[in-house]
Ligand binder design. Structure first.
Ligand SMILES: Cc1cc2nc3c(=O)[nH]c(=O)nc-3n(C[C@H](O)[C@H](O)[C@H](O)COP(=O)(O)O)c2cc1C
Length: 242
């Protein structure tokens, strides 16, 4: 199994110590991406990625290097410390560069583990934000480790190990999980927009070329009967209101 790790901390300390510990549970191949070393300029809000296609991002070379690594992975580990009750600026800047994935999700067969460390507050909220981001990318299942370092002198590893082992087993089975209702709604928002009256052409091409417009969710992920009906219903409602 190959795991790509995105380290959103500008240093290799508390968050990285947790990631290192998790690695010892996974027995796999790892590719490390330390965002600090990529020097990605700030997203300048040009909208090119969304409207024209991600290749037109002025920082495409750097973003694409990371995207290629993510595409080649079985699973991701995304790590960040809490900075002012949010992710670090370098991770947020990277996430901003992935805004096109919210329109054109790609990672339906991937699983991810989110790792957040903090002095004392914000860890759950920040882990939830990264989880939501990954779900917008299409990621099938997200595990979370949110750790408060506080005055602790060493890592309390029991809960970390438990989650890491669950994550490992899940990645190895390659079993696809049924999406949440919220994921189905978002799938249909973008699908309805792509086939609506004035679609963004890049979105339309993506949804047609990947044959997603003929499915209730990614064909890689099975939907049960009720979720299928829910998805069809959502699409019909959204098509009318978009
Ligand atoms: C700029 C900055 C902002 C921070 N903001 C918070 C915060 O809002 N809440 C908190 O509990 N800890 C905060 N911290 C503490 C870090 O989240 C914590 O020490 C974390 O474990 C550092 O991880 P690292 O060693 O990977 O950088 C902040 C630290 C820095 C440097």
């Amino acid at each position: 199994m190959k795991y790509v790790i995105i380290n959103g901390s500008p240093r290799k300390k508390n968050t990285w110590a947790i990631v290192k510990h998790i690695q010892s549970n996974l027995e796999a191949t790892f590719e490390e991406i330390h965002l600090k070393d990529y020097n990605i300029p700030l997203c300048n809000g040009c909208y090119n990625c969304i409207l024209k296609g991600e290749k037109y991002c002025p920082h495409f070379d750097k973003i694409n290097t990371i995207m290629d690594k993510l595409k080649s992975a079985d699973a991701f580990i995304i790590a960040s410390p809490v900075y002012a009750m949010n992710v670090t600026a370098i991770l947020k800047n990277f996430i901003d560069h992935t805004a096109y994935l919210y329109h054109r999700p790609e990672f339906f067969t991937k699983k991810a583990l989110v790792v957040v460390s903090t002095a004392g507050a914000g860890q759950k909220k920040v882990a939830k934000y990264i989880d939501e981001t990954l779900r917008h990318w299409g990621v099938n299942k997200v595990y979370k480790i949110a750790f408060a370092c506080g005055a602790k002198e060493s890592l309390e590893t029991k809960d970390i190990d438990k989650t890491a082992i669950k994550f490992k087993k899940d990645v190895e089975t390659a079993k696809m999980h049924s999406p949440k209702f919220g994921d189905i709604i978002f799938f249909n928002v973008w699908k309805a927009m792509a086939v609506g009256e004035n679609p963004i052409e890049t979105d339309k091409e993506f949804w047609i070329n990947n044959d997603l417009i003929n499915h209730d969710f990614s064909p890689d992920v099975k939907l049960g009967f009720f979720k299928k009906i829910f998805s069809k219903l959502m699409f019909n409602i959204l098509k009318r209101v978009m």
